[in-house]
Design a protein around this ligand. Structure first.
Ligand code: ADP
Ligand code: MG
Length: 322
């Protein structure tokens, strides 16, 4: 399609890597996978009206399109290297493309991600990013290694993604990033993939997943793939002051359990190693909180502060109860 648009994307995202033998501009990219490494790949698509609200700032979209993909690499313990970008635009809008490319580059640059190609077509606004990264052969973190007795931990805090989305819907896409609401808004606009944490967890966590669909749903994936169950204590969930200030403790807890878009890592670790892992994560500036335990059986159960099991099938919880 429009070469000028593609050239603008190329100029805004330019980044040199020795393993890019041929980047944007030919029929395909030619890349060198380092010896002894496995190639780890992921792709995520975002469609206007489905994954983001119409009117969202182009730079935030560019950031987020890459962020959600880097989060998948973080969950695998991979170091990102390359990306492909498929852009579908309603009209050849240079200012949209410039904003999008700037937001994309703002996240790509510090993580040394080179945009090596893509596709640009006309149609309803949507974009799809493919990322590639490396792990030492056989060292990828997976969902299937959780074992009975392991602790369940999460990085950072949970629920702000869902809280931020609720604020966006209420205050509009142009709302200012100030105060407690601003903290939640910036979380949903510019999620930060936990790449440093993923590297620390390599060789330490027994399983790992990034929280995109919500803690219960995503931990449920670990349980299913590992053939185990999990018991969580709701009162141990790391909920930010901002989230609790804006929504109150109960709604905050609900968002923490079932809201999506957090892009934190949920992982399991043998109990004896949990303290050391927490220390290692702290050294890369990442907090981690134990929130429960892996048990025999299946599915995720949640205890409230009084030790009562919460009925996940009751009203309001239906959308994630199996
Ligand atoms: P072709 O018709 O051979 O697929 P295109 O005209 O679609 O080539 O693309 C030309 C070059 O620009 C290719 O190297 C392609 O990877 C790159 N490219 C196209 N769109 C994008 C985009 N949105 N982001 C990054 N690179 C792109
Ligand atoms: Mg071609």
């Amino acid at each position: 399609m429009e070469f000028s648009l593609i050239d603008r994307i190329g100029a805004a995202t330019q980044l040199r890597r020795d393993d890019v033998l041929l980047g944007m501009g030919d029929d395909a990219a030619v890349l060198q996978v380092p010896a002894g490494q496995n190639l780890v790949m992921a792709v995520d698509t975002m469609v206007e009206g489905v994954h983001f609200l119409p009117g969202t700032a182009p730079a935030d979209l560019g950031w987020k399109a890459l962020a959600v993909n880097l989060s998948d690499l973080a969950a695998m313990g991979a170091v990102p290297a390359w990306a492909l970008l498929a852009l579908t635009l309603p009209k050849g809008d240079a200012s949209f493309v410039d904003g999008f490319a700037a937001g994309f580059a703002e996240l790509a640059r510090p993580h040394r991600v080179a945009l090596v190609g893509g596709d640009t077509t006309g149609g309803p606004l949507a974009f799809s990013v493919t990322v590639h990264g490396f792990v030492p052969a056989g060292a990828a973190l997976t969902r299937d290694g959780a074992r009975e007795g392991d602790l369940v931990m999460v990085t950072g805090s949970v629920g702000e993604g869902a809280g931020g989305l609720a604020c966006l819907r209420q205050h509009g896409v142009l709302a200012q990033d100030e105060g407690a609401i601003g903290q939640l808004l910036s979380r949903v606009r510019r999620p930060r993939p936990q790449l440093a944490a993923g590297l620390v967890l390599r060789g330490q966590a027994s399983s790992c997943i990034d929280i995109s669909d919500g803690l219960l749903a995503d931990l449920g994936h670990i349980c299913q793939r590992s053939g185990v169950g999990a018991e969580l204590d709701a009162d141990r969930l790391p909920l930010s002051d901002a989230l609790q200030t804006v929504f109150g403790p109960e709604q905050a807890c609900l968002y923490g359990l079932s809201g999506g878009d957090d892009y934190e890592l949920c992982f399991t670790v043998p109990a004896a190693r949990a303290h050391a892992v927490q220390g290692d994560l702290a050294r890369v500036g990442c907090s981690a909180t134990p929130i429960g335990r892996i048990v025999r059986g299946e599915g995720v159960s949640v205890r409230d502060a009084r030790g009562q099991w919460i009925d996940l099938h009751s009203a309001g919880w239906d959308h994630f109860a199996a």
